[in-house]
Design a protein around this ligand. Structure first.
Ligand code: MN
Length: 716
């Protein structure tokens, strides 16, 4: 239990007068709460002490701390506002009253009077923002002791915290408090998901922390080497924010790139960028994950550099780089201004952009007639990562930042999304991929025909829109594959002169199930399998299904023996997991080479095409994930592959010869070469060559790069 002395220890920066005030408040509260106990069985005074301790840790001023010690006397004891005013003056009495007004909110029925309660919070906050600091600290301690309350109350308090208090803390930039509020509430609001995420994440945390410790040590060395003074710490992502990210983006835990994170705190903005350079020099990073919030702060004024590196273990770690000042603001937000050292915090606050929204909300409240509308407006206003746009009729709809007009269409109605053909934003025609900006008036143009295309998956941002597009695209694919499968089957029947009525459907399915590892129940499923190429309809299979109608090809004739070596099928060079007898060929777009990472892609009726993982088609999500299958190189067979290299070089006489000699020495075989020379005495050579495997190509690449005139060698 926290004692008053513990608090005094944290306020060594207080003046004599401040300490006297604090002591007076302590004695007053102790007397008022005398004999009262909390649900936990502890003396009631333990609660205001805990709350005040939190605020002392945030280095709040003496008035806030005194009011915090007294924050429950109006609600739970006989003390009146007038008593407080007489003993402590207007300012403190006012603060305690503010906190009390908000407390009453809790007692009212949650749904019906919610808007009214929030209005009270907003008004109390605009009056004196310190009310909300006390209230937030109060809420944290109440959540910590929530287990002593009845279950129904637990859920109600936790839900209110997630709905209102955590977003308010976030809006005020108080990152640490927001995080604590969320994590303490999560398990009470949604126990099922809490424990699901817990069991998913907890086993991985230890290993992750070991790795983080290692990278931290390495980072410290690099910083030292570059004379950068820095404090480095690490963390694994908190449960609630993992859950939120997974839910919000519809992704798996594996795709949460910032589960592991390191933080570098240094002493100047310049050193932040310096540190960033040092990191990028030593680790590969994901370019699309780099964010410069120093130049472009978040709406709640959060500043930092974010970059995500890839470790040797192929894990991703997010690194945040900031100055001490940015760190303080990220953790304490607007409350950082109330530090004792600030001379005129009220003046600072006037300038604080974070308070604009507060005034805005008061305005909105005055305009809104229905409490429901106010609540909706408030919610979108509380979450800074959202944009609010309007329908032509003035209805407000909010989206996560990054949502496009297409997301808007699906939000209006699934059918509107599926039929969307274009959009008008603020009266001007615009493409569906246009990113929504706050205040846009968006109108969706539709056509009678459905317009969905696979590329829409690159445009849609929200999980609902993506879900509907995916479903439609998959349905379409299935239909196409079904039709194709049916055609292939009929063709095969015709080829062997089998009348389709010769055999009953269920009998066919039985036989196929017996002869392959597929268990097929419906004719439709059989067509789809045939259409996607998972089940290859060939003579071999037909012989097995119709042994009574198709005679096996006679082997052993003289002709066959002579022809044998020539017709001998080349062994497949790629092994496909779980799919035997599938047709396999290598993709022309990326010509994968034995030894490099690959993926198989099922093409309707054509079997499996093998792509290199570096293939741009995969990167751009042009290929459909659902049709990808795991494949691996068959290491026992030798093959010849085509590799392509781009070489940039000085245009000097002997250079082509040097390159050819190197390739010949390493037993590569040039099949094609294009040479372009430029006026600036540079040349570019594109060559195709036959090679054994990826290692072979890499060796050639390495040797070519050693040639003096060569500037760059790249696989293309
Ligand atoms: Mn309290």
């Amino acid at each position: 239990m926290i004692r008053f002395d513990d608090i005094l220890e944290k306020t060594s920066y207080f003046s004599e007068k401040d300490i006297t005030l604090l002591q007076k408040a302590y004695v007053f509260a102790a007397q008022a709460h005398k004999g009262q106990v909390r649900h936990s069985g502890e003396p009631y005074l333990s609660h205001p002490l805990e709350v005040t301790n939190m605020l002392a840790e945030m280095k709040m001023d003496a008035v806030t701390l005194a009011a915090s010690l007294l924050h429950d006397v109006l609600e739970d004891t006989d003390v009146t506002p007038l008593d407080l005013q007489k003993t402590f003056g207007k300012e403190i009495a006012h603060l305690v009253e503010g906190v009390t007004k908000i407390s009453l909110v809790q007692e009212s029925p949650p749904e019906t009077r919610r808007a009214e309660s929030i209005r009270k919070i907003i008004l109390a906050m605009t009056d004196d923002l310190r009310v909300i600091f006390i209230k937030l600290a109060d809420r944290i301690h109440n959540l910590k002791t929530l287990k002593f309350l009845p279950e129904s109350k637990q859920r109600q308090i936790a839900k209110e915290t997630l709905d209102i208090y955590a977003p308010i803390a976030n809006r005020l930039g108080m990152g640490r408090i927001k995080a604590e509020l969320e994590d303490l509430s999560f398990r009470y609001v949604d126990a099922e998901n809490y424990f699901k995420i817990l069991s998913l994440v907890e086993p991985k945390r230890k290993e992750a922390e070991k790795e983080l410790k290692k990278i931290k040590r390495l980072l410290e060395l690099h910083m030292k080497k570059n004379n950068l003074s820095s404090e480095i710490s690490y963390r694994t992502k908190r449960l609630y924010s993992i859950y939120n990210k997974m839910k919000g983006r519809g992704i798996d835990f594996e795709q949460v790139y910032d589960f592991m994170a390191l933080r570098i705190i240094t002493n100047s903005v310049r050193n932040c960028y310096y540190a960033l350079g040092t990191i990028h020099e030593n680790w590969p990073h994901l370019p699309h994950r780099f964010r410069d919030f120093i130049t472009m702060p978040k709406p709640n004024l959060y500043q930092s550099l974010h970059t995500t590196i890839i470790t040797e273990k192929k894990q991703t770690i997010e690194i945040q780089i900031r100055t001490h000042e940015m760190h303080d603001l990220a953790e304490n937000g607007i409350a950082a201004h109330w530090k004792y050292k600030e001379i005129d915090s009220h003046a600072v606050l006037k300038e604080d952009k974070r308070l604009h929204w507060l005034r805005e909300m008061v305005e909105v409240y005055k305009e809104q007639k229905s409490p429901k509308q106010f609540l909706a407006a408030l919610k979108t206003n509380l979450i800074p990562e959202e944009v609010t746009v309007f329908t032509p009729k003035g209805k407000r709809i909010s989206f996560p930042l990054g949502a496009s007009a297409l997301d808007f269409a699906f939000k209006i109605h699934t059918e509107v999304g599926l039929h969307a053909s274009g959009t008008k934003i603020n009266g001007k025609t615009a493409p569906l991929k246009t990113i929504l900006k706050a205040g846009d008036i968006v109108e969706i143009l539709t056509s009678p025909e459905k317009q969905v295309r696979r590329e829409w998956l690159n445009i849609a941002f929200t999980s609902t829109a993506r879900h509907h597009i995916k479903r439609w695209v998959n349905d379409q694919d299935k239909k196409k594959n079904k039709t194709l499968g049916k055609k292939l089957w009929e063709k095969e029947l015709k080829k062997h002169s089998i009348p389709s009525e010769a055999i009953k459907t269920h009998e066919i399915l039985n036989r196929i199930s017996k002869e392959t590892h597929f268990r097929i129940k419906k004719l439709e499923d059989f067509y789809v399998l045939a259409g996607t190429g998972k089940l290859v309809l060939n003579r071999e299979l037909m012989e097995k299904i119709f042994p009574e109608r198709i005679m096996p090809k006679r082997a052993g004739t003289l002709l066959k023996k002579i022809a044998a070596p020539a017709s001998k099928k080349p062994k497949p060079v790629v092994q496909v997991k779980d799919i035997e007898g599938a047709l396999v060929k290598v993709a022309k777009c990326c010509s994968p080479i034995k030894g490099e990472p690959i993926i198989g892609y099922i093409t309707a009726g054509k079997g499996i095409t093998v792509h290199s993982l570096r293939c741009p088609l995969i990167d751009k999500e042009i290929l459909d994930n659902q049709r990808m299958v795991d494949v691996s190189w068959d290491t026992s067979t030798k093959g010849i592959y085509t590799g392509r290299l781009l070489i940039k070089t000085e245009d000097s006489p002997g250079v082509i010869a040097s390159i050819t000699i190197v390739i010949a020495k390493l037993e590569g075989n040039i099949t094609k070469a294009d040479i372009v020379t430029f006026p600036n005495k540079k040349a570019q050579i594109k060559i195709s060559l036959k090679i054994k495997d990826i290692e072979h190509l890499n060796n050639i690449k390495k040797e070519i790069s050693k040639i003096k005139e060569v500037l760059l060698v790249e696989r293309i």
